[in-house]
Design a protein around this ligand. Sequence first.
Ligand SMILES: [Zn+2]
Length: 688
Amino acid sequence: MKGPAAIALLGLFLLPGCVVTRPGADAGAEAAAERLSPEEVAASVLATMDRSVDPCQDFYQYACGGWLRDTKLPPDRPRLGRGFAAVEDRNRVVLRDILESAVRRRDEPGTAKLGDFYGACMDETLIERFDLRPLGPLFSEIDAVADSASLLRTVGHLHLIGIGALFVPAVEADFKDPDLTIAHMLQGGLGLPDRDYYLKEDEKSRTIRTQYEEHVSRMRALAGAPGEEAKREAAAVLAFETALAQASIPRTEARNPEKIYHRVDRPGLAAAADLPWDAYFEAIGFPAVQAMSVGMPGFFTAMAGEAKSAPPATLKAYLRWNVVRAMADSLPRPFAEEHFAFYGKTLGGQAEIEPRWKRCVDATDEALGDLLGKVFVERRFGGDSKPTAIAMIRGIEGALERTFPTLAWMDDATRARAAEKIKAVTNKIGYPDVLKDYAAMTVRRGDDFGNRLSAARDEFRREFSKVGGPVDRTEWNMTPPTVNAYYNPLQNEIVFPAGILQPPFFHRDFPRAMNYGGMGMAMGHELTHGFDDQGRKFDPQGKLREWWDPAVSARFQERAQCVESLYGGYEVEPGLRLNGAQTLGENIADLGGLKEAYHAYKAWEVEAGAPKPSVPGLSSDQLFFVGFAQTWCELITPEYARLLVGVDYHSPGKFRVRGAVSQSKEFAQAFACAEETPMNPASKCEVW
Ligand SMILES: [Zn+2]
């Protein structure tokens, strides 16, 4: 059940940042208060490395080889990032602790909702006893779909309660008027991860489509359809979704903000998609909404055509399928198991489903994130974490600004404006000043299905009530416990939740070189997003407009093309290359982030004096790059690697490391790499 509005646009556009990893369970994975001796830190760094490898041949293997050799992928994960997994798992244990105590002491004001939500999610006995009954009202509503008006009314109701279908309504700032909130109507409605899964004709893609159709059929059978009917419905669903996929624009195109912004009002929406929209907006509870953008007009035109021409039986099958898919975790166990068998195992190569408690912690974080986050922050984010993080970010901002005069492709006017944009960046650290209020959300003991709908409804209303009004610049798009970070071009802001700002990402006892290589690089990466191929199109106030001289833009494009070709040449699985265009923004951010963090570190050295080497055999500069690389060591199933190539905007860990260091002059110097070794090619891409 991927919820509402704002999040959808994130995936398409806002580029949730990179997850960074620090030395893992072997060092620094304990509570923030725990001290680490220099010997413990050094032992952890060295155990992770494989020093039999030449760093100039393959720096990823050199920095991560020990860890890759000694670590196994746990059966309930398709991917394990060193350190990241450790911190995420540890955060979840803290969250479970908070939630279990909320279940026990439900009379405590403030946490009663947390306890009731988590408790209901964990009560599998009750879920089994309810059997298919929670589906009854939704299926009856779907059964009554007879024409476009009843279809749109039902889709509106499903969107309101967090169930996707046909398209995606998102709420975000107007790209050209960043103080105004509007609705963004986006393409969507697919059950497979991307349009390519429906359209590609290779053997692998065809097999997945067959497996998908069988999965849809089994889910429908579980939800009560007789065998033959379930099969017919599944075939109809696949055909209908294929038509939506054909009308969808590719992911690489959707990264271009100009391509997904078409400001209209209601008549403009009706012109793009001739459907009875009043029924939809009444059903979501916002009949008067006017301010919107139709992200992909071509998709909406085609989607309206399909919706009007498809037989009612197909539409009903499609809607029922979307309900059971979204609600699988709140239905009897075979639903979750079948859901996992396709999405986890077949698509992701994951061996086992995650234990129930982990899924319930995640569901509670999604439903009541700020309430849960408040308790989390009290426990986990104290001391000088916030001022330390802010001081580091300021150092990185200074480092980027100082590189502008060295970039020959910029002109003075663009340099001055770019500096202005850096000065205007807002840094959000830890947790929001204003937490969400969940007073309007109904949470009942023992009603997992109902609670999830209720949480989605609450969030949808919170989002949509902003449409037509001012943008609230205090808001966050991630909950405080999230182990991640992002840059938002519409508000020119960097956001680092408390979840990522703790060991092992950053530790007060780590040598500075490591903190800058890890957390500092992540900060530089997010900042660079304001200047990547997408972020640079927004001005310091977050407005989409061309604020560069055309000649400078053209030179930027050339440099970006160099990065696109470099990463597009990397082979992820035999015969499968990385998509250089899809990952371009992230790769530009990696290259820039590493460079800015390095220079911020050197500036710190000038101020504080060069430290004594702290890891035997490594200079401080070398440790900076090893610290960076060791945040990206990862294990991944081949299936999941393949999935990510199709949908992820980030490159796999090993290419993030090899790509970034191979383009860094500072790296080549630190390791004295001969020219034309794999990690030191003579010609390098440089954007920032
Ligand atoms: Zn990023």
